[in-house]
Design a protein around this ligand. Structure first.
Ligand code: MRU
Length: 344
């Protein structure tokens, strides 16, 4: 059903990235030969979404490793590229997680062996991510008993992952059971991942949905049309505090006030036990032009100062459950997440 929506693919010794900045109008692939090109694609959001940038980072590392011919300084040079790729975006832990894991595995290896391993690792992560999302979707359906109206934020679908999606994966699984009455899609200012990307994916799958502006969420919940909110995550701290696209925290407070369950869906690779509380999560600050413009068109005075955090943190006390591929975590969240983390 979703096989033809892909965010990244390896074609021989190159990596192709679907340019999400141009969607939904233009479907265009960027061909990358170097880690620097992949880094640029991540930083400028040609590819975005926590799991997808983890996979892209790993492919970028492989491309860089393949370009290094100096066996003597192979690992030292690759470490520099690893650091650059890792820092392309600071909030989603999946990027650092994938790169650190790869660098640890190839420590002390020859260049030839490391290059092949990095390629295989990236291919395997991509395959596994989609499988995990389908499992996560199955787990998510257990929280429901029949048709529901769902509100979602940003894009958490095939475009943000290797396929199927996290929060959107749960929505897809609910749709397969005929349990989606309607999905309300926040447009997700400033970069409109909801209206440009999620709406595109939902339309592609024929899932009943309507687009709303971010400011309509309160009215929508008060009108009784939302049975649950489901969002993704960029980093989940040890206590369950969750960083996700800016605006998520406001939705969680609105859901709490209206007694609507608030669910986070994310792979276990988004869990960061080294970060104990949400206030330790680095929040990416982006260029003010993203707020001063819409799709390149000015909507504010050119010199207007801007505050543009790309993410916010929702405290675990506002989260009804966190859905992962290993099961569902509920309060006491820290204990439940730790149990899932240990489970293989
Ligand atoms: O800035 P973005 O578009 O990368 O932000 C994406 C999100 O916040 C997603 O909700 C999150 O990465 C989960 S994607 C499965």
């Amino acid at each position: 059903m979703t096989a033809d929506i892909e965010s990244i693919r390896r074609v021989g010794d190159k990596v192709e990235i679907l340019d999400q900045r141009k969607l939904p109008d233009i479907v265009e692939w960027i061909t990358c030969d170097t880690g620097a090109q992949v880094r640029e694609a991540i930083a400028t959001l040609a590819i975005r979404g926590a799991p997808a940038i983890g996979i892209a980072g790993l492919y970028g590392l492989w491309l860089e490793a393949a370009r290094l011919t100096d066996q003597e300084q192979f690992l030292e040079k690759l470490q520099v590229s690893a650091q650059t790729l890792r820092n392309a975006r600071p909030t989603a832990v999946n990027l650092a997680w994938a790169i650190d894991q790869a660098m640890n595995q190839i420590a002390g290896w020859t260049a030839a062996k490391a290059v092949d391993h990095l390629r295989d690792m990236a291919d395997a992560l991509k395959k596994r991510d989609e499988q995990d999302n389908r499992t996560m979707g199955e787990w998510g359906t257990r929280l429901f008993t029949g048709p529901v109206g769902i509100l979602t934020h940003c894009n958490t679908g095939s475009l943000a992952t290797a396929g199927f999606g996290t929060a959107l994966g749960v929505i897809r699984s609910l749709h397969q059971k005929h349990w989606i009455r309607e999905v309300f899609v926040d447009e997700t200012r400033p970069l409109l991942q909801g209206s440009r990307l999620t709406a595109w994916e939902l339309e592609h799958d024929g899932i009943p949905s309507r687009l709303v502006t971010d400011s309509m969420a309160g009215h929508l919940m008060a009108s009784g049309q939302v049975d649950a909110v489901i969002v993704g995550a960029d980093r989940i701290a040890r206590n369950g505090d969750t960083a996700n696209k800016i605006g998520t925290y406001s939705l969680a407070i609105l859901a709490y006030y209206h007694h609507i369950p608030f669910y986070v869906a994310a792979p276990i690779s988004t869990f960061d036990p080294a970060t104990t509380h949400g206030d330790q999560i680095p929040i990416e600050q982006r260029n003010g032009d993203e707020v001063r413009t819409v799709l390149g068109k000015p909507i504010a005075p050119k010199a207007m100062p801007v505050y543009n955090p790309a993410f916010d943190v929702t405290p675990h006390s506002l989260i009804t459950a966190i859905i992962t591929e290993r099961g569902i975590a509920q309060e006491p969240m820290e204990h439940a997440l730790d149990t899932l983390w240990q489970k293989m």
